[in-house]
Design a protein around this ligand. Structure first.
Ligand code: ADP
Ligand code: MG
Length: 317
């Protein structure tokens, strides 16, 4: 199958809201009057971000999910995306499953594919996503203030747990493996929560490289520090006896970490309920610039919890 047949068969659907979708030199998108566009790009490389033989349906889901997660972190509503694909071969079975996984998630968020590029090469998937947000309401990394509470959505460390199990480094019960694998391969972007937190959260980021590393980005941007409590983090894992390091620096979680002032605790609870997303308070923002981790007795926990850095490590063994 040639490039253009492939695009027509697997990546062309009638447009829903875009003025013009796949098939011309540019797509045309009409933003709602007065709204700002939120734009983000993520690239997934075979052997680096996923196993080459991973189920293509879940890969299609994940490729879009990591981009939707960036919109969630900014409190932006998804509109559309473009897809740049490098493929080693034109495999109709693979492409069909990949596009089905991608479109299933796209349809859940009314986010449509409006264009892209297709070329031969080592399997690489790059998506650029477009969302909208009212001016001044985007959630940024820079707004955390001393005294703010720190929250995280959902659970942490499960994706890393699943990765280690699939690599044969640890063994899990059948039940835990199913859950951990689901979290690794089909993360849930927290779009509804991001939207509900507009006007409440002072800062937000999505956890892609690990809690400590990503929270540090918020602290750097906000010129602040933080104290986290291990006993508040411990319940955030799906399997018993999961190493604390997976929660702190596992990576691939795609949960939201955000801050809000203590007088808005009830508003945070209501936002979490309206978004049907569990949220936990895990610490607070400090004026002094360190990131501290305390145990249940208030003792400082030390250790190196390096976050996932693609230039120092890889899933490819
Ligand atoms: P051009 O050469 O003008 O850049 P292409 O020949 O690369 O255009 O692509 C033809 C059309 O197909 C364009 O509208 C482009 O956006 C779309 N397209 C190409 N690859 C993809 C893809 N993987 N997913 C969706 N649309 C695609
Ligand atoms: Mg052209």
């Amino acid at each position: 199958m040639g490039e253009f047949d492939l695009i027509k068969e697997f990546f062309t659907r009638p447009t829903q809201r875009a003025v013009l979708g796949v098939g011309d030199d540019c797509a045309l998108l009409q933003p709602a009057p007065g709204m700002q566009l939120a734009i983000s790009t993520d690239m997934l490389v075979s052997g680096q971000h996923f196993f080459a033989d991973v189920d293509p349906f879940t890969l299609g889901h994940k490729a879009l999910a990591v981009n939707l997660s960036d919109l969630a972190a900014c409190g932006a509503k998804p509109l559309a995306f473009t897809l740049a694909l490098a493929l080693p071969e034109s495999n109709a079975t693979w492409l069909s499953a990949f596009s089905k996984g991608m479109f299933a998630l796209a349809d859940q968020h009314s986010c449509e594919l409006i264009g892209g590029d297709t070329t031969r090469g080592p399997l690489t998937i790059s998506i650029t996503i477009f969302g909208e947000v009212p001016p001044g309401q985007a959630l940024l990394r820079s707004g955390a203030c001393a005294g703010d509470d720190i929250y995280v959505s959902g659970s942490l460390g499960d994706a890393r747990l699943g990765l280690e199990a699939l690599q044969g480094k640890i063994s899990l019960s059948a039940h835990d493996l199913v859950q951990a694998r689901q979290r690794l391969e089909q993360p849930t972007p927290r779009i509804a929560l991001g939207l509900a937190l507009r006007g409440i959260a002072t800062s937000a980021i999505d956890v892609s490289d690990g809690l400590l590393g990503d929270l540090q980005h918020v602290l750097d941007s906000s010129k602040a520090g933080a104290t986290l409590h291990t006993h508040l983090l411990q319940p955030l894992m799906i399997a018993a006896n999961q190493p604390l390091a997976y929660i702190l620096a596992g990576g691939d979680d795609y949960e939201l970490v955000f801050t809000a002032p203590p007088h808005l605790r009830e508003a945070v609870t209501r936002a979490a309920q309206s978004a049907r997303t569990p949220v936990s308070r895990i610490g607070c923002i400090d004026a002094s610039p360190q990131l501290r981790l305390l145990d249940a007795h208030g003792t400082l926990v030390s250790g190196t919890f390096a976050s996932f850095d693609h230039f120092s490590s890889s899933i490819a063994s």
